[in-house]
Structure formats: C-alpha cells, structure tokens
Write a protein that binds this ligand. Structure first.
Ligand SMILES: C[S@@+](CC[C@H](N)C(=O)[O-])C[C@H]1O[C@@H](n2cnc3c(N)ncnc32)[C@H](O)[C@@H]1O
Length: 298
C-alpha cells in the first residue's frame, strides 16, 4: 500500500483490487468489513464517510489485517465477530465460524414453540450460537449444551454471558452423550429436543476445501471419519436413550448425505417418523427423527 493520505473510498478500492489479485472470493465485502471493523463503523457508515481521511494509527493495523486475509485467515477470525440470527457472537480459532444455513436449524425448533417449556440438548455447541439463540428466543426453556472441545466451550460460555443466558444453559464437556450420563436425576437426562450441527466432512475431502476452512477452522468441528458419518451414525443410534416421549432429534447433514442418513434412521426402531427439511437451494440439509408418545427412554 503506497504511502499517501488515504480516503476511505480509495482504501476500499485499493484493498478490494489487491484482494482480487490474490483470488480472495469476496474482495469488496472483505475490504469493507475489515476497514469497518478497524474504524468501528458499519458498512453503511463507511459509505456515508467515503471521503474521510484514514490516518497512520489505523493504516498500520489495516495493513496487518490485509496481510492476514491474503494468507487466507477468515474475516470472522480477524474481526472476532459473526452475526447469527441477528445476534452478535464472538468467534476465534477455537470454534467453527457459524454458517447461515445453521440458522434454519434454530428456526425449525422455534417454529414449534408453544406455552410448554422445552428441555433441549445441543451436542457439539462450538461457539454456542444454537444454544444461545434458543435461550434468547425461548427464555423459559432449559438447555444443556455439550462439546468434546474444552476450548470451544470457553467461547460458548463467553457468548452465553454476553447474551445474559448463562442461567438457562448448562455447559458440559465430553464425547457425545457421555456428559449426560453423569447427570444424577434421571428425569434431567431426558430431552424434548436433541439438536446437533455435527462434523460431517469425509477425511479424504480435506484437500478440496477452501484454504480459509481447511487451514484455520478446528479439525474436530469439520471431519467425521472416512465416510463423514462417524458422529452422525452414533448420534442416531444413541439419541433415543435421551429423548423424552414425543422427543425429536434434529441435525444438520451434508447436501449429499440424505440417503445414507435415511438408512441409519430406518435401522433404529425407536424412531416412529422422520423427514428431511430442505434449504433455500432445495437440498436436504436437516434431518428430523421423532420418537412416539409411548417411547421409554433409558
Ligand atoms: C460443525 S461444529 C458446530 C458448532 C456449532 N454448533 C455451530 O453450529 O456453529 C461441530 C462441533 O461438534 C464438536 N464435536 C465434534 N465431535 C464431537 C463429539 N464426539 N462429541 C461432542 N462434540 C463434538 C466440535 O468440537 C464442534 O464444536
């Protein structure tokens, strides 16, 4: 970046051109988000202040952000922010960056909301976006959120604190349902909803991922064995033990995984119905399996 007095508009033009040369997929957007982050302005405010000069105190850190973006550090790890269902979440390299598709998972549950408070178990909470947004939108619900990654749970707890819902969410650390087994009161081990956005990428697909994902996001949040089903298969098999009568298991799947997932669900007699919910591109992206009113959890 040449030495001169820069105005906002010039900085954005120069940076997006530089990002484009380095094959950054969304060059203009990234330039705006990073400069807005540094100047503490929304993208709209940046446009209103197009002619504002940007001085050295901001140019030096902005250069560093540009360098890190060229190395393919994801924008959300540079700003430590990600919006999810219009709520602001802290993220860093300890957690997966929440994807917009996952909002549909929360919306599907909230669409069923009645006056009866629900008990929800979220497996693999990561940054805590699912558990926290459920807590924010359903303040009478009781939520348990687990993760195998202790560093991820620290981020989830921080986000729950920011949104003042720590009293509603119990965070537990461990592999899938292991932490639930330690809950003393057997009634508290049963849930109306078990929800999960599991890792579901095949180990062999690593090289085909974008470097932003492959080189920065936690492996444990992405990969699930040679066939991509290492977590999903166990989730389907083990969840009925923790589902209350009429309980539902809802989880995200990869866009080509519906057929094998249907086979796994059909092989588990505890489920009485199941369906797939499509995303905006008409791909099956959520699996929903339910147990009956006569279901007896362990
Ligand atoms: C795809 S990320 C989802 C994170 C967050 N729920 C979201 O939707 O953005 C999967 C999460 O599952 C956790 N995880 C992976 N394997 C697990 C296991 N066996 N038991 C519990 N959590 C696991 C990872 O640490 C990661 O936080």
């Amino acid at each position: 970046m040449p030495n001169k007095i820069w105005r906002v508009v010039e900085l954005l033009d120069w940076t997006s051109g530089y990002f484009e040369q380095h094959s950054i997929p969304t060059p203009r957007l990234d330039a705006e988000v990073l400069l807005g982050h540094l100047l503490n302005k929304s993208r709209l405010q940046l446009y209103l202040d197009f002619d504002m000069p940007v001085f050295q105190e901001h140019l030096t850190p902005f250069r560093k952000l540009i360098e890190r973006r060229i190395e393919r550090t994801p924008v959300s790890y540079l700003t430590n922010r990600k919006e999810f269902l219009s709520l602001d979440f802290y993220v860093d390299e300890r957690v997966l960056i929440p994807r917009p598709e996952t909002e549909q998972l929360v919306e599907t549950i909230l669409a069923t909301k009645t006056d009866t408070p629900q008990r929800v178990l979220e497996i693999g909470t990561g940054s805590g976006v699912i558990a926290t947004s459920l807590a924010v939108h359903a303040s009478a619900w009781d939520i348990v959120a687990t993760d195998i990654s202790e560093p991820a749970l620290e981020v989830a707890q921080q986000n729950a604190e920011t949104h003042t819902c720590t009293a509603q969410i119990t965070f537990m650390s461990g592999d899938l349902f292991e932490p639930i087994k330690t809950i003393e009161n057997s009634k508290d081990r049963h849930f109306d909803w078990i929800v999960c956005n599991p890792p579901y990428i095949k180990n062999g697909e690593r090289e085909s991922l974008s470097p932003d994902v492959r080189d920065y996001e936690p492996e444990i949040a992405l990969f699930a064995g040679d066939d991509g089903f290492a977590v999903i298969r166990r989730l389907i098999t083990e969840a009925p033990q923790y589902l209350a009568p009429n309980g539902k298991l809802l989880f995200e799947i990869g866009d080509t995984q519906a057929d094998p997932v249907r086979t796994f669900i059909n092989a588990e007699p505890a489920y009485c119905t199941h369906e797939f919910i499509t995303d905006y591109a008409e791909k099956d992206r959520l699996a929903l399996a339910s147990v009956s009113s006569e279901h007896v959890p362990v």
